[in-house]
Design a protein around this ligand. Structure first.
Ligand code: 5AD
Ligand code: SF4
Length: 493
């Protein structure tokens, strides 16, 4: 699967575009697809759906756009700089297209949805524009382009979940994979473009989620991350699940109508095997229930790590952001996590300089960070997005240099907090899922602990990627734990 170092949130445009390839064999038609993804994990997961659809058309993937027949760029709109990155990349594809006029260039994902046909006017080299709910139409759209027309489909759907499409795992390590459990978002946070680019929230049929997770486990995968913009509002109504997990892939016997919520889904996936680790992202403070927390606590293989974006520590700003919770509510949820899952890692998304934010309100964000002691945080300076509630109603009135300074203060606090949290693991032994060799040295392995901290340790004979191993942590940097393989059982950290 995708090699994601920060594998724990659904949208992070900090990730650079990545060419995605598979080596899956099958009868091919000689046509080559190059697909590059930007932004959130959901986009990377979608690229695997796109690859699957084109794979059925006989395409193979390539990691070199210069030898491709079709180049797709799966785009992110979350902040302005994410869009700028995509435009820069498109101008490089444009140069290639001038050299090879037969090359088809397609824009997929959130920017396609946001800009629609404007894209075809603004970027002359683009042949096809496809929104996140229209990937099934790709074969027809490509045929239209081949007959000499530009093609576009940006219709959003209330039902599409691609439940029946088996993603082609791209850039896989064969150990960790993402499973998309829902699409869209109904929250309408005032700063956020996602509800406009990804449409209404809908949950995927749990039978297909379980079948996908079971299939991955049978292929040797050891970790799945359940993905959604707001996983806590997962809700599905339909024919009963067979509770016997061994029968999870043959879910046809009992057709009673039931409802499945996120806690129940988590449990079903966890029961596939104690050797399959479960992660999930993103949780929403207004929706995360004690039932979810107790489910995490109940199963050892559901990782003790929650990405719970706070966005701001000020109740007035949270209200303007339309987050529908207060500072006190958020603190209460943190208290519940600490009570029910002691030692659980918590990360956040934080926005600096939202409309009308005062210095005191910024201080409230800093004091919230002190209260929680985040293990990790993704921090952003507010970027006004066209069409959002904030863009329509609230002036973007915090000067750039103030936003920058506030962001820097948030960052420094987070660096100290991350280091402090990592230091708490030093001197302990913990279970690590070996993901592969470390980026810096082939002599070292890397993998994550339950709380999602990256651990690097010398590769030891008899240990291979995909195995769980106990590692004694003897020191840390500000981002990584360092240790050695241990024989003793892990302590409960
Ligand atoms: N400006 C800055 N940050 C944003 N995010 C979403 N929209 C914006 C925006 N307009 C951040 C939020 C969200 C994360 C994925 O991106 O923190 O949780
Ligand atoms: Fe955007 Fe809020 Fe939905 Fe997250 S929950 S995708 S921030 S609207």
């Amino acid at each position: 699967m995708i090699d994601l170092q920060l594998a724990d949130k659904t949208h992070d445009e900090g990730r650079q575009g990545e060419a995605l390839v598979t080596d899956a064999p099958l009868k091919r038609n000689g046509r080559k697809l190059y697909i590059e993804s930007y932004g959130c994990q959901m986009n990377f997961a979608d690229s695997e759906i796109v690859a699957s659809i084109l794979f059925d058309q006989g395409f193979e993937t390539t990691g070199d756009y210069k030898e491709a027949d079709v180049v797709f760029i799966n785009t992110c709109s979350i902040r302005e700089n994410a869009e700028q990155r995509v435009r820069n990349r498109l101008s490089q594809f444009g140069a290639e297209k001038r050299r090879n006029p037969k090359l088809i260039v397609g824009v997929l994902g959130c920017m396609a949805e946001r800009l629609k046909s404007k894209f075809l006017d603004e970027e002359k080299l683009v042949d096809v524009v496809v929104g996140p709910d229209a990937y099934r139409e790709l074969p027809q759209l490509l045929a239209e382009v081949e007959s000499g027309h530009k093609a576009i489909n940006v219709l959003l759907s209330r039902e599409e979940t691609y439940a029946d499409i088996s993603p082609v795992r791209l850039n896989g390590n064969g150990i960790t994979a993402f499973i998309s459990i829902m699409r869209g978002c109904d929250n309408m946070c005032s700063f956020c473009v996602v509800p406009f680019t990804r449409g209404r929230e809908r949950s995927r049929d749990p039978h297909s989620i379980l079948a996908e997770a079971q299939g991955l486990f049978d292929m040797g995968y050891k970790e799945v991350t359940l993905l959604g913009q707001n996983v806590d509002s997962y809700k599905w109504k339909g024919a009963d699940l067979v509770t016997e997990q061994t029968a999870a892939v043959a879910l046809t016997e009992d057709k009673r109508e039931i409802e499945v919520n996120f806690a129940q889904l988590l449990e079903k996936v966890a029961l596939i095997s104690p050797d399959l680790r479960i992660r999930f992202s993103t949780s929403h403070p207004k929706d995360i229930t004690d039932e979810v927390l107790y489910t995490i606590a109940k199963y050892d293989n559901i990782c003790n790590y929650i990405h719970l974006p706070v966005q701001s520590g000020s109740s007035r700003i949270l209200d303007l952001m339309n987050r529908t919770y207060t500072r006190e509510w958020y603190m209460n949820r943190i208290d519940a996590i600490r009570r029910i899952i002691p030692g659980c890692a918590i990360s956040s998304d934080i926005i600096a300089g939202f409309c009308s934010e005062t210095e005191e309100e910024h201080q409230e964000t800093l004091s919230m960070m002190d209260y929680v002691g985040y293990d990790f945080a993704f921090t952003f300076s507010y970027s006004e997005r066209p069409g959002t509630l904030a863009a329509r109603k609230l002036p973007d009135d915090i000067p750039e240099e103030v936003k920058k300074r506030r962001l820097a203060e948030i960052l420094v606090k987070q660096q100290n907090s991350s280091l402090y949290r990592l230091q708490q693991f030093v001197g302990k032994t913990m279970r690590i899922l070996v993901e592969g060799t470390s980026k810096k040295s082939d002599l070292d392995y890397c993998g994550r602990n339950d709380q999602n901290a990256m651990v690097v340790f010398p590769a030891t004979a008899g240990i291979a990627p995909g195995q769980y191993v106990n590692v004694y942590i003897d020191r840390c940097t500000s981002a990584t734990l360092l240790g050695v393989v241990a024989v003793e059982e892990p302590a409960n950290v």
